[in-house]
Design a protein around this ligand. Structure first.
Ligand SMILES: NC(=O)c1ccc[n+]([C@@H]2O[C@H](COP(=O)([O-])OP(=O)(O)OC[C@H]3O[C@@H](n4cnc5c(N)ncnc54)[C@H](O)[C@@H]3O)[C@@H](O)[C@H]2O)c1
Length: 345
């Protein structure tokens, strides 16, 4: 006898997103992320466990409330794309806290792109000027289309300017977004300055394991909101250091971001001065980051386990609703639970 655990493959996630609708999935994910961040104090939280390896990092990201426990396994290897492999791949699990039994194991490479984009869109909603119309993307790799498609659900974006050091990545982005027939002007730029200058919202999502000045301070005008996505590991940042003192910063979970985010290069007193809020404080309305149209706001995102919790929680609900996934015999069910060896009879 066995108790089944649901397994969701890449193909199951594709089916689930199709059935539910791409935009509806993003919208529901934003609601779920806001619900979970609103319950911040009910979660058992910690910084993720990272093992730094040559050329990358491999991380485990656990979190739990009184009902559900989740973890994600994720890697980040910027050089992978040179061998036609993804920079980031991920898998994850959701379990019942009551008995500890696993409920579902899932692919999370796609789900990471979704949850990162949905979190970025919530940040845009909470921090950017309401009249933002021009969005800039620095880095048009795997995350980029998800970032744009989530952010346009939040603001009335009319122009998208973008730059990547790899022209093929920009052409791929242009082709993918053109195919969506959105009422948006696409401006492929030949340098980052042209892409950033005059943008209301800047999303920086490059992959390089170094301190890179992908966004220079002099290109960022007052009033800009920045979602800094790619600076998410010790020794891996993408905003010029001189930009940070000009910004009001929000982070997901300060102990983790101090080690991994753009703020890793600041001293403690500058962190105290510039970091105005954790994300949950903005979601609950306890604090406001932007107080004027001239403020430069920065969401120094590194990716927190709670966002994986949200996407796994939503996907588990939807997988049950649409009857998707494969039930695998992973957990033994025994008439005498102390007689485990009887499984081998
Ligand atoms: N904060 C989060 O929650 C979160 C989640 C997922 C990914 N990430 C990070 O986002 C980044 C992007 O991830 P991805 O999956 O899209 O990676 P990717 O490798 O698919 O794309 C990264 C792109 O950045 C480009 N690039 C590198 N250096 C550049 C530079 N100086 N200027 C402009 N473009 C440059 C590359 O050519 C590539 O096209 C990674 O650093 C990853 O670690 C963060």
């Amino acid at each position: 006898m066995v108790i089944n655990m649901k397994v969701l493959t890449l193909n199951d996630i594709e089916k689930l997103v199709k059935k539910h609708g791409f935009n509806q999935f993003l919208q529901d994910l934003m609601v779920t992320i806001k619900e979970d961040y609103s319950n911040w104090n009910n979660f058992d939280k910690s910084s993720r466990h990272a093992i730094h390896v040559d050329g990358g990092v491999i991380e485990l990201m656990p979190v739990a409330d009184d009902k559900l426990y989740t973890y994600k396994y994720v890697n980040g290897h910027p050089r992978n794309t040179k061998e036609n492999k993804l920079t980031i791949t991920a898998t994850g699990q959701i379990s019942s806290v009551y008995d500890g039994y696993p409920l579902m194991y899932s692919e999370m490479t796609l789900l990471t792109a979704f949850r990162t984009a949905a979190t970025s869109a919530v940040a845009t909603d909470l921090m950017s000027r309401k009249n933002s119309q021009t969005l800039c993307l620095i880095g048009t790799g795997a995350q980029s289309e998800f970032q744009l498609l989530a952010n346009i659900l939040i603001r009335d974006i009319k122009i998208v300017k973008y730059f990547d050091t790899d022209i093929k990545a920009m052409e791929k982005f242009t082709k993918n977004i053109k195919a969506k027939n959105l009422p948006i002007e696409l401006v492929q730029c030949s340098n980052p300055k042209d892409a950033i200058l005059g943008a209301d919202i800047v999303i920086s999502c490059i992959a390089d394991k170094a301190h890179v000045n992908a966004v220079m301070s002099e290109w960022v005008l007052p009033g800009t909101h920045i979602n800094g996505i790619g600076g998410d590991c010790p020794g891996k940042t993408e905003l010029e250091l001189a930009l940070l003192p000009r910004t009001k910063i929000a982070v997901e979970y300060l102990p983790q971001t101090m080690v991994e985010g753009e703020i890793q290069r600041l001293n403690k007193s500058d962190v105290e001065k510039l970091v105005k809020a954790e994300f949950w404080e903005l979601v609950t309305g306890n604090k406001t980051l932007r107080t004027s149209n001239e403020d430069i706001t920065l969401f120094d995102s590194v990716g927190f386990a709670l966002e994986d919790f949200s996407v796994l929680r939503l996907v588990y609900e939807l997988a049950l609703k649409y009857n998707l996934g494969h039930d695998l015999d992973i957990i033994p069910e025994l008439s005498d639970t102390k007689n485990l060896i009887s499984l081998l009879d």
